[in-house]
Design a protein around this ligand. Sequence first.
Ligand code: SF4
Length: 269
Amino acid sequence: VTAPAGAARARAVIPLQRGAVYGPVLSRRLGRSLGLNVLPDEIKVCSLDCRYCQYGWTGLRSIRTAQFAPLLPAREQVRADLEAVLAELAAAGTPPDTITFSGNGEATLHPEFPGLVEDVLALRDRHAPRCRTAILSNATTVSRPQVREALLRLDDAYLKLDAGTQEMFGKLNGPAAGVAFAGVLEGLRELGRRIVLQALFVSGPVDNTSPAEVDAWVAAVRSVGPRSVQVYTLDRGPADASLRPVPRTRLEQIARAVREAGVEAEVFA
Ligand code: SF4
């Protein structure tokens, strides 16, 4: 899952990350964030195909982990790569502020995701004890108890919810076969206040900012009851070039509607 942050500037999608560890990159929320990409270098593997994705269209769209397991980096390789970078940063006196599962798709699809979380926590304790751990996830796997348990071991879990209906979820997020909006919502409700929701709004041929769409989305947010909501629009170029960013004033109105529903909200634009 990718991390949009701010108004549209460059309009091109960005290349996929190379290797298991990238950055640190500067992030407004996460500080100096060391990215952890537990997905392949050459192809985006995701259970969604969001029209706004900054990495372009999904190369392999599936929720069935076993289907692409052979393409994924091994847990041992990820651990070794992360340890090398963390040790180097610690030796230079510049440990990251956050280690973040992010990158070329959806990290929780990795069949060894719980073990990867365990390794990240152990390496953080050893090399950068003050560093936080985080994940950007699309929430399509949170119906799996082992994924929920692993997510909650991290300091911060940022989970995606851009739509309030199955129809908008289908149009905007392009779910893989077997991924239903109701199931995503049910899993998110299990997590409730222990997570932060992220929502990206766009206009154009697909528009999730109409009053009806926003009302449905706010109702969904309220039913989840997260710690807070982060409201965004396009940052880099989207996969679907016909999409447009949403003005900050509209994002502020949307955030206000969330607050009126009793949930904290902040605009990142
Ligand atoms: S969840 Fe959407 S935005 Fe995130 S990597 Fe997958 S397709 Fe891209």
